[in-house]
Write a protein that binds this ligand. Structure first.
Ligand SMILES: O=C(O)CCC(=O)C(=O)O
Length: 291
C-alpha cells in the first residue's frame, strides 16, 4: 500500500488555529485533502478487498442475496483490532496533529468503522455519538474521512451546526425506511441541518455531541465509502465497555475505567423497523443498554 511521508511539520499553524476556532464555534471542521489521492485510492481498494470475506463480527452478517444493499455491504467496526492498515490510519500523525490542535490535548483512540453505503442504501438517522460512547469527563470526537466524493445524492454526512453545545438528548423513534438505525434525536421544527459536501481524501472532525447523520444514497451507481475513527478527549477517565481497549496515539494501551451502558453507534433495524434475532443476541452479548 502507498503511504506517504506525512507532512505534519509543514502544516500551517494558522490553518490549525482557524480550524480549532471553527470546531469550537460550530462543533465541526473539515481538513481538505488531508490524505492524497493515491493514499485514498489505496485505502478504498484495501477495504473493498477486506469486505470480500465475511467476518464473524459483522453486524449484521453479510447476506449477498439480500435485496437490502446494506445487508450485502454492512459496515465494519473495530477493524484496527485485527487490521494493520486500519491501526496505522487511526493513529496517523496528521489526524493526531488536527485532533490535538482542535482539542488542545492529544486524545485517545477507541474505534474504527468503515461505511460502504452503496447506491440505494439507507442512511443513519441524526444522532449524537456521545450517547453511545459515554465518555466521562468530556466527550468523544470523530474523524470522518471521505473515501469517495460525497454530496447529497450519495448521502453525505449532515450536521446541525452548533448542536455540540447541547446536552445528550433522549432519542425517539426514527424512520427505518430511511435509516438503518431506528432511533434519532428530537429536533425543534426549523432547526437547520446542513450537508457537508466533501472530496475523497478530506476529513471531517466533529464533536461527540454534534447532532449528525445521513440520508439514503439515492444515486444509481455511486458508493459513498467513509473511514471513521473515534477518539476521546485526553482528560477522559472512563468510556463505555464496547470501546475498550483504549489506545494512546502511539498505539499502546491505557487503562481507563468503564462507563455504565453505551454500545455500538446505532443498532441495526430492518427497513420495516423490526430487530431481527441476531440483533437481540448481539445486544445481550455486548451488554448494550439504551439509556
Ligand atoms: O456515515 C454515516 O452515514 C453516518 C456515520 C456516523 O453517524 C458516525 O460516524 O457516527
Amino acid at each position: 500500500m502507498v503511504w506517504e511521508v506525512c507532512p505534519v511539520v509543514t502544516m500551517a499553524s494558522d490553518l490549525l488555529v482557524s480550524a480549532a476556532n471553527e470546531f469550537q464555534q460550530q462543533g465541526f471542521t473539515v481538513a481538505r485533502s488531508l490524505f492524497s489521492g493515491s493514499e485514498t485510492n489505496a485505502l478504498r481498494e484495501h477495504f473493498m478487498e477486506l469486505r470480500k470475506s465475511p467476518r464473524q463480527d459483522d453486524y449484521p452478517p453479510v447476506d449477498s442475496d439480500n435485496p437490502d444493499p446494506l445487508r450485502r455491504w454492512p459496515r465494519m467496526i473495530h477493524m484496527h483490532r485485527w487490521d494493520e492498515v486500519s491501526m496505522r490510519w487511526l493513529t496517523d500523525a496528521r489526524l493526531n496533529t488536527w485532533l490535538t490542535a482542535i482539542l488542545g490535548k492529544e486524545p485517545f483512540a477507541v474505534q474504527t468503522m468503515l461505511y460502504y453505503k452503496p447506491a440505494g442504501a439507507r442512511g443513519q438517522a441524526l444522532h449524537q455519538d456521545q450517547f453511545y460512547l459515554k465518555v466521562q469527563p468530556g466527550t468523544c470526537v470523530a474523524a470522518w474521512m471521505a473515501l469517495d466524493d460525497c454530496d447529497e445524492e450519495n448521502g453525505c454526512l449532515n450536521v446541525v451546526p452548533g448542536s455540540h453545545t447541547w446536552p445528550v438528548l433522549c432519542p425517539v423513534k426514527a424512520d427505518s425506511s430511511q435509516s438503518f438505525t431506528d432511533v434519532t434525536v428530537p429536533l425543534k421544527p426549523g432547526t437547520p441541518v446542513e450537508p457537508v459536501v466533501m472530496r475523497a481524501g478530506d476529513v471531517l472532525f466533529f464533536n461527540g455531541q454534534l447532532v449528525h447523520g445521513s440520508l439514503p444514497n439515492v444515486s444509481t451507481d455511486r458508493f459513498r465509502r467513509a473511514l471513521i475513527g473515534h477518539y476521546i478527549v485526553g482528560e477522559a477517565e472512563s468510556v463505555a465497555p464496547y470501546y475498550h481497549p483504549v489506545l494512546r496515539m502511539d498505539g499502546t494501551q491505557i487503562s481507563l475505567a468503564e462507563s455504565a451502558g453505551g454500545g455500538p453507534c446505532g443498532i441495526w433495524a430492518e427497513d420495516d423497523g423490526e430487530h431481527s434475532k441476531f440483533d437481540l443476541k448481539g445486544r445481550l452479548e455486548d451488554g448494550f443498554l439504551h439509556e
